[in-house]
Write a protein that binds this ligand. Structure first.
Ligand SMILES: NC(=O)c1ccc[n+]([C@@H]2O[C@H](COP(=O)([O-])OP(=O)(O)OC[C@H]3O[C@@H](n4cnc5c(N)ncnc54)[C@H](O)[C@@H]3O)[C@@H](O)[C@H]2O)c1
Length: 362
């Protein structure tokens, strides 16, 4: 097991990463709560709820809530239902919410923890590869009809307990989805991270808990450095949205759950590289990225059924938008991200070019 620390201005907290963490929960938890409230989903509950409950029950009374698996649970209805349950149980301010699941559970349960009685204890127990990203950094929230993650808060966990043996039951599609965010971290960091990750895990066959764990640590490190510098997303933290402006629009237009978050980000990164090359007149490893994503089984082009004008509408609603332009994270080179405001007209043109190329950079 390894320990990493996030040292944000508002809070310092540990991330425990590795196998066997569940056996050490008692000594690792930095909180001494009056009660635990575990939030998980209906796919994870039969797999991990009992062992986690068993590990916690010796410390304080445990209540549980099981929500439907999937993005649909990041909703007002499910959020309210969880608050109702906490109120019904009469849990006090010393209680602690445990998020046992992927990014959906982390975001949802974290928002519950942030807002119930103006904030209670919060522990992230990530179960997906993607959650190496989502469980760190304190962004929590739910979706609104008008877009993803529009309602939320900055609320760091007290600790992240990342039991990597939980990844063993992750469906193939979720492995791919989470790996997409790791590729994003490599792009934000350096050519060496990008190249090393690509050569260690060139295709889906090589992607497993053993090969990915050292890179997970590195990915968390990239996120930690950015979050520590800019906790509230006043500047650099927005770099973490590389691939996300189009990615979020694709997820929204396809219908949540149709495309995974990481699939949207994979297509979004391909587009962001095209835009970067066009705007900065530079050559980036775009062909190499497309080949790699294909070998991993991730998409690289926009599905035909999703019309450009609808995607533009969603991007215009993105909360990171400034005035009439749409904000993108682009790369001057690998490891050198920058924020650029793109006028709508130029975006339409580039999006059409990206679509027309179809088998882009084949
Ligand atoms: N807060 C942040 O900083 C941040 C960053 C990136 C993404 N996100 C959010 O994360 C969400 C996506 O997260 P996700 O990809 O982890 O999705 P998810 O939480 O929906 O999990 C994906 C699926 O895998 C199942 N699952 C999870 N762990 C499993 C396991 N160990 N074994 C078997 N099945 C398992 C879940 O039941 C679900 O069906 C999105 O809502 C996205 O907006 C948040």
């Amino acid at each position: 097991m390894e320990t990493l620390w996030i040292q944000a201005k508002s809070k310092t907290y540990p991330i425990y990463l590795g196998e066997g963490i569940m056996d050490q929960v008692k000594s690792l938890l930095p909180v001494d709560p009056s009660a635990f409230f575990i939030v998980t989903d209906d796919r994870l509950a039969p797999l991990y709820l009992e062992p986690v409950k068993k590990a916690l029950i010796t410390l304080a009374p445990v209540s549980t809530a099981i929500v439907p698996s999937g993005e649909g649970s990041k909703s007002f209805d499910v959020y309210k239902d969880l608050l109702d349950q906490l109120l019904e149980l009469n849990l006090d301010r010393k209680s602690c919410v445990i998020a046992l699941g992927g990014g959906v559970i982390g975001d949802l349960a974290g928002f519950v923890a942030a807002t119930y009685l103006r904030g209670v204890g919060f522990i992230q127990m990530p179960t997906t590869l993607l959650a190496h990203d989502s469980s760190v950094g304190g962004k929590v929230g739910i979706n609104h009809d008008k877009g993803k993650n529009l309602i939320g808060a900055f609320y760091h966990p007290d600790a992240v307990l990342y039991e990597t043996s939980f990844l063993g039951s992750l469906p193939d599609r979720e492995w791919r989805s989470g790996f997409s965010e790791l590729i994003k971290h490599s792009f934000l960091d350096s050519v060496s991270f990008f190249e090393e990750l690509k050569s260690a895990i060139p295709d889906f066959e090589r992607l497993n808990s053993e090969t990915v764990t050292p890179f997970l640590r590195r990915g968390i490190g990239v996120k930690a450095t950015i979050v520590e510098e800019d906790e509230q997303e006043q500047g650099k933290r927005a770099y973490l949205n590389f691939g996300h402006t189009l990615g979020h629009a694709l997820e929204k237009e396809a219908g949540y759950g149709t495309l995974t978050h990481g699939e949207g980000v994979a297509i979004g990164m391909c587009f962001a590289l095209q835009l970067s090359e066009a705007l900065f007149n530079v050559t980036l490893p775009s062909k190499s990225l497309v080949e790699w994503l294909k070998a991993l089984g991730l998409p690289t082009t926009i599905p035909e059924a999703l019309p450009s004008d609808r995607l533009i509408d969603h991007m215009k609603r993105d909360k990171k938008r400034k005035g009439e332009t749409i904000r993108f994270v682009l790369l001057r080179s690998v490891g050198d991200p920058t924020l650029v405001e793109i006028p709508e007209e130029q975006l339409v043109e580039q999006l059409e070019k990206f679509r027309a190329d179809g088998e882009w950079k084949k």
